[in-house]
Design a protein around this ligand. Sequence first.
Ligand SMILES: [Zn+2]
Length: 136
Amino acid sequence: MSGTKKQLRKLVAIRAGGRCEYCRVLEYLSNFEFHTEHITGLQHGGSSLSENLALSCSWCNWKKGPNIATILITGGELIPLFNPRTQNWFDHFEVEANGWLLGKTSIGKATIKLLELNHAERIQERVEMMRGGFYP
Ligand SMILES: [Zn+2]
């Protein structure tokens, strides 16, 4: 990683409060490595400037890939994924006491579905952080 890249990564991590901007897991408590993720992928003309970058755990980064939208039901309309730069996480997501993540909006629901945020492993990780008072 070049000096500039390292600095940009640091800026992105600090801005995110050290949390994955999709699942809100803390980097220092996570089982997954974190990345600077392109919100709008390079394939779609997204830039590598900080406005288009988000701190993302490897799970969310891997599940999201270059996607910017998904559908909730077969034949349903295309729903954009959550954008951590322009939207507030708490407007779109809510966590239940048992660690289950609820989508408060279609954007939240679409993001949970595509990123498989209610996978058993992710729920377990969330519950552990909640027990320690580190989540959401
Ligand atoms: Zn994540």
